[in-house]
Design a protein around this ligand. Structure first.
Ligand code: NDP
Ligand code: GDR
Length: 373
């Protein structure tokens, strides 16, 4: 059997790194697009790195950018991929309000550029295309829970850009008979989640506080409700979606939702800290009522670990998201395997181990920089 070749945009991101692992395990030759940056940005895939001088390599990285048509076309031509996973994006919702035009260029036009590259190179019957769609398309939700047929109402420049990408993917499927599909994925997290997304900000922030590296977490909307799954479960579904007879769009979610406040409580509990939330709105704060075990030696009863900072409020908020993954289950047999509590346990343990190393360095006189956003 010939080796399948996959091209992943966004391979240096959370999902890209897990997907690359999965495809390598399955025997694929994996090609990834990485952006040029002034410092190294391949931390999440460094463990997969293969020396370019060895023969029969399975992982190849190409410099590129979703804003650069000729670069994308050249890479697609060179790789001749069987499968393209378009995971690359300016993926931060809050940042999209600050850089709306760039977000549209990368997230919307970047998707078109890739689809056009496949089509113009005559690969539309060979190359299967996965588009990283998002529950942010539902925005101001029109139906609870959200499923494949729920109407869209995006609430951010990110959501609007991803709406274009959703429809252009569907349009290329219908117009040119391409195997192109959208995975409408709800929030998914892991120890590799970017540090400025809410879950990782919480697990990393609380671990730092537990070890005395920081004092307090400043958060935005604590009432937001999200349907959080584990990235490992979700990349498995991305691959499954490209292995079917027919291309189809699927909602990928757990079907359970929690608030940001509840996530904070669960993460704190992993560290042996019990919190009580007091006050409301911008006055709300979380106070320590008990500390058990030895994971949080720097925390005392009465400490305020969380304050609200309106700087993190968004111009328009997506208050509630809850997905219905029934179609993915019935068509493909996909069900998430990692629970929220297991995931939080894994994230806290990883961030705590890092904070403990940092605290050790600090105790030996090294200066530690704990940047938060
Ligand atoms: P990350 O933010 O972790 O990764 C984004 C990736 O895109 C990084 O590799 C980044 O490169 C790359 N990228 C950013 N800008 C460009 C550009 N101009 N050209 C090429 N590559 C670029 O996101 P996730 O892994 O969490 O998400 C993967 C995809 O799934 C994204 O499209 C996201 O919008 C979407 N999505 C994510 C969900 C989630 O909960 N995680 C849910 C639904 C959809 P660099 O490392 O250099 O920054
Ligand atoms: P989201 O994820 O916007 O859903 O997009 P994020 O983790 O950034 O926010 C989730 C919710 O938490 C609230 N929130 C905060 N968010 C951040 N980042 N920082 C805070 O301090 C904070 N306080 C409260 C937010 O307002 C929001 O309601 C993610 C991204 O991965 C997208 O790319 C993806 O498409 C969607 O998930 C599904």
């Amino acid at each position: 059997m010939t080796t399948k070749r996959a091209l992943i945009t966004g391979i240096t991101g959370q999902d890209g790194s897990y997907l690359a692992e999965l495809l390598l395990e399955k025997g694929y030759e994996v090609h990834g697009i990485k952006r040029r940056a002034s410092s190294l940005n391949t931390e999440r895939i460094d463990h997969l790195y293969q020396d370019p001088h060895v023969t029969n390599r399975k992982l190849y990285l190409h410099y590129g950018d979703l804003t650069d048509t000729s670069n994308l076309t050249r890479i697609v031509q060179q790789v001749q991929p069987d499968e393209v996973y378009n995971l690359g994006a300016q993926s931060h919702v809050a940042v999209s309000f600050e850089s709306p035009e760039y977000t549209a260029d990368v997230d919307a036009m970047g998707t078109l550029r890739l689809l056009e590259a496949i089509r113009l190179l005559g690969l539309e019957k060979k190359t299967r295309f996965y588009q990283a769609s998002t529950s942010e398309l539902y925005g101001l939700v029109q139906e609870i829970p959200q499923k494949e047929s729920t109407p869209f109402y995006p609430r951010s420049p990110y959501g609007v850009a991803k709406l274009y990408a959703y429809w252009i993917t569907k349009n290329y499927r219908e117009s040119y008979g391409m195997y192109a599909c959208n995975g409408v994925l709800f929030n998914h997290e892991s120890p590799r989640r970017g540090e400025t997304f809410v879950t990782r900000k919480i697990t990393r922030g609380l671990a730092n506080i537990a070890q005395g590296l920081d004092k307090c977490l400043f958060m935005g909307n604590l009432d937001s409700l999200r349907d959080w799954g584990h990235a490992k479960d979700y990349v498995r579904m991305q691959w499954m979606m490209l292995q079917q007879q027919e291309a189809k769009d699927y909602v990928i979610a757990t079907g359970v939702q929690y608030s940001v406040r509840q996530f904070i409580e669960k993460a704190a509990a992993e560290l042996g800290i019990t919190l009580a939330f007091e006050g409301s709105g911008v006055e709300e704060k979380a106070v320590v009522t008990a500390v058990t075990g030895d994971k949080a030696p720097a925390v005392k009863i009465g400490d305020v670990l969380v304050n609200v900072d309106p700087r993190y409020f968004r111009p328009a908020e997506v208050e509630t998201l809850l997905g219905d993954p029934a179609l993915a289950k019935s068509d493909l047999g996909w069900v998430p395997q990692i629970t929220l509590d297991e995931m939080i346990g894994e994230m806290v343990a990883t961030d705590l181990a890092h904070a403990q190393r940092q605290a050790l360095l600090q105790s030996h006189g090294y200066k530690i920089n704990v940047s938060m956003e």
